[in-house]
Design a binder for this molecule. Structure first.
Ligand SMILES: [Cu+2]
Length: 120
């Protein structure tokens, strides 16, 4: 009986782990994390492992000094797995930091940040 209880508990744990994997994780981005670009990007494109709810997601861009830069509200594409945020200004050479917060269709929240550089 004790062994069976353990198996049931292990099964419940595995089910929990599987649902945790349904969070929207950032799979790739353009510009990519750590990229050094020769031309300023006109948009940020974040691709996730799960479908996201664009109205509940946020993407922010800041320069090296931490000043926020104007971005359009992110829109979803690619079967709602990709968020695209248009950059409303021409970015000068320098280091930029992207912060994102995504809400997947299962309502789980994930967030992260990465940087890219525009070469002089
Ligand atoms: Cu989830």
């Amino acid at each position: 009986v004790r062994r069976r209880d353990f198996a049931a508990a292990a099964g419940a744990f595995l089910a929990l782990a599987a649902s945790a994997e349904a969070h929207a994780l950032l799979e790739h981005a353009r510009p990519a994390a750590g990229a050094v670009l020769n031309t300023a990007p006109s948009e940020l494109r974040l691709s996730f492992s799960e479908r996201v709810e664009p109205a509940l997601c946020s993407v922010a861009l800041a320069d090296e000094a931490g000043h926020a830069l104007a971005l359009a509200a992110p829109v979803a594409t690619a079967g709602a797995r990709t968020l695209v945020a248009r950059i409303d200004t021409t970015l000068a050479p320098g280091l930029y930091r992207v912060r994102w917060r995504a809400v997947s269709v299962d309502t789980h929240v994930t967030e992260g940040a990465f940087s890219f550089r525009i070469a002089p």
